[in-house]
Design a protein around this ligand. Structure first.
Ligand code: DX5
Ligand code: ZN
Length: 221
């Protein structure tokens, strides 16, 4: 299991120090939540901030775009140093084009699905995708409760990926905690995003270890 801490719950006044602390804690990924105030009600950071922090960090930048018509900004986010760019299926009329463009620009393409969006949307795209993000809350805010039916979605996606012999990663984002991460990995998630449950319990190295141990010992593991 890869843990990708969501900076949304970090101290935005000390982002460089937060990134350094994650690296020191043994994390390899970090999750950037980009919000535009249109696709979701909240507004966070854009490519300028990511680019400034790229110079300060070797972490894998997992960039979750919660913005309308993300195709307008793909070049800017890749140029800013995103290693992976994840676009919402609900935010663009031309998902295949956006995914192909992310790959052409040299980043890893991913697609996010809101809780109620069916898996069919990514069915034909799967071979092109490095990762599918299954949202387990309605995007926009940290600290919300996990929506239980999203477990069924991950099970179904896991089966789809395995049946086709693909290596597409499955990520879950929203309401992920030490308590539920065992079950999430057991149903097939590879990458877990955690914001509030991660950043509220420093030091980050110990918190990372707690997530990894709980994921390994999950029910049925
Ligand atoms: C929600 C974001 C998440 C959020 C998760 O729109 O995409 O990444 O930060 O926060 P928690 O882990 O607190 O639910
Ligand atoms: Zn996110």
């Amino acid at each position: 299991m890869i843990l990708s801490p969501s900076l949304l719950s970090s101290d935005f006044g000390r982002l460089a120090e937060e990134l350094a602390a994650l690296e020191e804690g043994g994390l390899s990924w970090v999750h950037w939540d980009v919000m535009d105030g249109l696709f979701v009600p909240n507004i966070t950071v854009g490519p300028l901030v990511i680019k400034a922090l790229r110079k300060r960090s070797k972490l894998f930048f997992d960039v979750h775009l919660m913005i309308e018509r993300p195709e307008r900004y793909l070049g800017e986010f890749v140029d800013a140093g995103a290693d992976l760019v994840c676009v919402h299926a609900e935010a663009t009329a031309h998902l295949d084009r956006a995914v192909s463009e992310i790959a052409r620009l040299g980043a890893k393409p991913a697609v996010a699905l809101n809780p109620s969006t069916p898996l069919d949307v990514v069915e034909y795209l799967l071979p092109k995708l490095h990762m599918v993000l299954i949202m387990s809350v309605n995007p926009g805010f940290g600290g919300q409760s996990f929506i239980p039916y999203c477990l069924d979605k991950v099970r179904a996606l896991r089966a789809m990926v395995n049946e086709r012999g693909l290596s597409t990663l499955i990520q879950m984002d929203g309401g992920v905690t030490v308590e539920n991460c065992g079950e999430l990995t057991r149903v097939g998630a590879d990458v877990l995003v955690s914001g509030s449950a991660f950043f509220s319990c420093p030091p980050y190295g110990q918190r990372h270890d707690a997530f990894l141990a709980a994921a390994a010992e999950g029910p049925g593991a």
